[in-house]
Design a protein around this ligand. Structure first.
Ligand code: SAH
Length: 215
């Protein structure tokens, strides 16, 4: 699917919208303005691809709302070369934003079909990143430690194993809560066993589920 003037126009409007909603990080704004979100979605969503809403992407999952992607990306405060672990690859849209920000991206997805589809798609898009089919609760101990970790599914609790895969001084951005909604939380690893938390308001994500999916 091509990136037409119409798509570019809609993308500019989306950028204006997320700025109005409070996003200020220039690099994040540039990434949202560059990535052709319509190509991450089924063509039947083409007309709505730049609405600031979440959409179904198959396997009962969603591509996050652009504002939410921008908000989490801003909280990560990515420096070029940062090693980032994402839990919940989904459509790969958030992962692409992280690549555009210059991060070295590791991303885990528990739905096999989605993992396979997104792996093919992202390599076609020219993004170089490390994708894994597995359970995000376990993280990637072999590749740890990470500068930062981003969870893109609603987590009923903070996954303890993941905290220990953070560098000291690094942090995790995680929406904590159940079906009724989640609170965006930043958990900073300030020492070997010492963590500080800050919160950033309410969001709604699909749930972070245990283990790999069986299909
Ligand atoms: N970051 C995605 C949003 C995906 S929605 C995007 O930009 O499109 C959340 C994703 O998390 C879903 O694809 C879901 O299958 C996945 N997920 C849920 N629990 C998981 C777990 N324990 N490990 C890995 N992925 C998980």
């Amino acid at each position: 699917m091509t990136d037409t003037y119409r798509h570019k126009g809609m993308r500019r409007a989306l950028v204006e919208e997320i700025i109005k909603k409070g996003i200020t990080n220039e690099s994040v704004i540039k990434a949202i303005g560059k990535i052709p979100r319509h190509q991450f979605l089924d063509s039947s969503f083409d007309r709505f691809a730049y609405n600031d809403v979440a959409f179904p992407i198959g396997s009962g999952q969603t591509i996050s709302q652009p504002y939410t992607v921008a908000f989490q990306s801003e909280l990560l405060e990515i420096k070029r070369g940062d090693k980032i672990l994402e839990v919940g690859t989904g459509s790969g849209y958030q992962a692409s934003v992280l690549c555009e920000l210059g991060a070295k991206v590791y991303s885990i997805e528990r739905q096999k079909k989605l993992y396979e589809k997104t792996s093919k798609f992202l390599s076609k898009m020219g993004y170089r990143l490390n994708l894994f089919y597995g359970d995000g609760y376990k993280g990637l101990p072999t590749y740890a430690p990470f500068d930062k970790i981003i969870i893109t599914a609603g987590a009923p609790e903070i996954p303890k194993k993941l905290l220990l895969q953070l560098k000291i001084g690094g942090w995790m951005i995680i929406p904590i809560g159940g079906d009724e909604g989640q609170i965006m939380t930043k958990v900073i690893r300030v020492g070997e066993k010492e963590f500080h938390q800050e919160t950033f308001g309410n969001f709604a994500f699909v749930p972070m589920l245990k283990n790999k999916a069986t299909d």
